[in-house]
Design a protein around this ligand. Structure first.
Ligand code: SF4
Ligand code: SF4
Length: 323
């Protein structure tokens, strides 16, 4: 119902929607163990390179429990580097929220895997940009491909042993080059998880972090401008406490407020986010003036009833179980 309410307000182009967001994204930490070439967060200043304080995290979860359906524990950074990540998952669950994690998987040892299963994490997505060591290392240096595979297998074995239906587990890969995924390699990769409860393998086109990296959508991919739906559906909070409109803004280019000082509701209903929504509705030139959205892939993707086709497809697949 909340999704429908958010969608209605998005299509009605309300700059001050009455309904609060369905999803909250919280960045547990902006530290990361990898150095992906396209990641803008590697240029973060030291003052923003932090683990989120648990006091702030609990405040956000308390607030979100009044309106959100799920909390995604990821913006940038590697969530498993936060020393209290299991406590975070447990707290969200206690508050009745769906807890979701997106990780590069390198640090998922047996204790963490067991903890995530015991805390009943709802959704776990592994980011692995290649189905062999050479490709994965090219896009996510210095990833240890074999270690990540071993970690995923070990979590899945545990999940099977515990007869757990959660977390919904996927491996997500960015499709930089179709040639990286020949049929034989895909078959070989799938075979690694035979008889294990892996729910999905997902390959998506990479985005350019709203122009913060070198990658631009090609002219054949680029569709007519359409205002982005995210500021009507979700809100994000960086590890340093800055509230931003979406996960693309992992460096805080369009800060809406400081989560240690204002509530999420104040941020959602405030002038700053209303201004961004108005700019997005007005069109391409105004979106550029925001200093964040100009050229973002989300403004030029294929749509169905105003919503991006690829994300909708993912949303539907998320609910069907088959590798
Ligand atoms: S893209 Fe993700 S895994 Fe790669 S460096 Fe950035 S935060 Fe780390
Ligand atoms: S257009 Fe891109 S950067 Fe702007 S709010 Fe949407 S997803 Fe975020």
């Amino acid at each position: 119902m909340r999704l429908l309410a958010n969608y209605t307000e998005y299509t009605l182009k309300r700059t001050r929607p009455r309904f609060l967001p369905t999803r909250l994204l919280i960045e547990p930490t902006s530290h990361c163990n990898l150095m992906c070439p396209g990641c803008p967060s590697k240029d973060l200043p030291d003052r923003k390179r932090v683990h989120m304080e648990m006091g702030l995290f609990r405040k956000l979860a308390d607030e979100a429990s009044g309106f959100a359906r799920d909390v995604h524990l990821f913006v940038a950074g590697e969530p498993l580097m936060h020393p209290d990540i299991l406590e975070m998952v447990g707290y969200l669950k206690k508050k009745g929220l769906r807890a979701m994690i997106h990780t590069n998987g390198a640090l998922l040892d047996t204790n963490l895997a067991q903890g995530l299963l015991e805390q009943k994490l709802d959704y776990l997505s592994f980011s692995l940009d290649g189905y062999d060591a050479k490709t994965a290392h090219r896009y996510k240096p210095p990833v240890d491909f074999d270690r990540v595979i071993a970690n995923v297998v070990s979590l899945l074995e545990l999940k099977k042993e515990m007869k757990a239906t959660r977390p919904f587990t996927i491996i997500q890969s960015l499709l930089f080059n179709e040639n990286d995924y020949p049929d034989e390699l895909v078959a070989e990769f799938k075979a690694r998880f035979k008889d294990l409860p892996l729910d999905r393998l997902h390959r998506i086109k990479p985005h350019d972090w709203a122009g913060q990296t070198h990658r631009k959508p090609s002219t054949t991919e680029k569709q007519a401008y359409k205002h982005c739906f995210r500021p009507w559906f979700s809100l994000a909070v960086l590890a340093c406490g800055e509230i931003v409109p979406c996960c693309i803004d992992c460096t805080g280019k369009y800060v809406i407020g400081d989560a240690t000082r204002i509530s999420l509701e104040e941020a959602w209903r405030g002038k700053r986010l209303a201004e961004l929504r108005a700019m997005l509705i007005t069109g391409e030139k105004q979106a550029e003036k925001s200093g964040l959205c100009g050229g973002c892939h989300m403004l030029y993707t294929k749509r169905l009833f105003g919503l991006p086709l690829e994300e909708m497809g993912f949303f539907i697949k998320e609910r069907s179980r088959k590798v």
